[in-house]
Design a protein around this ligand. Structure first.
Ligand SMILES: CC(C)(COP(=O)(O)OP(=O)(O)OC[C@H]1O[C@@H](n2cnc3c(N)ncnc32)[C@H](O)[C@@H]1OP(=O)(O)O)[C@@H](O)C(=O)NCCC(=O)NCCS
Length: 208
């Protein structure tokens, strides 16, 4: 994993998004479902990309790159981002819906080959930042009660279980935990995000 970028998914990425969805969820949303997100002003659909390149001249930049500083491709010219000929692969998906003052997190997934390296938290951070930029006040999601990795990740970001939907998932009859993260409208939430960002970036650099 040489370079990382988190940015909004565009129409040309939709096939890769569906492929990754199949890999991570066994096909939760269809191509049409993802396409609908692009057209919705209340939806933030984010992707996490990695690049592989054989360009040795990029070695120095590799150690200097901050994945959050290459949030959009327009920055490419002045941040020393990877060469355009490098192969870009979509390895993470995140989505939120802004409903009134709430961020409903509907998708969070990292390609299984890249899990356990701090990328899930980078993407969740980016979703919470988007929610904060939209001036939303709290975030919520549903998660399988058996999904201990995801529950631990959400708890790490201050989500707390607020209730359960009994036998919510038809395939296994499992309960869904309903989790909430409040306090995003408070001034110290910006500070919290800034501190988390530093820690997440440090870990990503160490795990490269
Ligand atoms: C949940 C998911 C997004 C986590 O992504 P990830 O990149 O593996 O997670 P990270 O490496 O960023 O880990 C961040 C934190 O999550 C928790 N976590 C991640 N994997 C874990 C595991 N196997 N067991 C326990 N906790 C785990 C830990 O709190 C971890 O922090 P730590 O490493 O400091 O202990 C990923 O497992 C995934 O895509 N799963 C399939 C799709 C899914 O279930 N999505 C959630 C739907 S609600």
């Amino acid at each position: 994993m040489r370079f990382l970028e988190i940015k909004q998914i565009a129409a040309e990425h939709l096939n890769s998004a569906v492929e990754l969805d199949r890999l991570c969820f066994g096909g939760l949303w269809t191509l049409e479902g993802y396409r609908r997100e692009l057209g919705s002003p209340n939806s933030d659909l984010l992707g996490l990309w990695t690049w592989e390149t054989a360009d040795c001249a990029s070695e120095k930049l590799d150690s200097e790159l901050d994945p959050f500083d290459i949030f959009s491709p327009q920055n490419r010219a002045n941040t020393g981002a990877p060469p355009l000929q490098a192969t870009q692969t979509l390895i993470g998906l995140g989505c939120l819906w802004a409903i009134l003052e709430e961020a409903h997190i509907t998708i969070l997934a990292i390609d299984p080959r890249f899990q356990g390296r701090g990328l899930g938290q980078a993407l969740l951070w980016a979703l919470l930042k988007s929610a904060c930029d939209r001036q939303l006040e709290r975030a919520t999601l549903e998660v399988r009660s058996s999904n201990l990795a995801a529950v631990a990740l959400y708890e790490k970001f201050g989500f707390q279980e607020a209730g359960r939907r009994k036998r919510y998932y038809e395939d296994t009859g499992e309960d869904a935990l309903v989790m909430w993260r409040s306090g995003m409208e408070k001034p110290d939430f910006q500070q919290y995000l800034a501190v988390e960002k530093v820690q997440i970036c440090d870990r990503l650099r160490r795990n490269k």
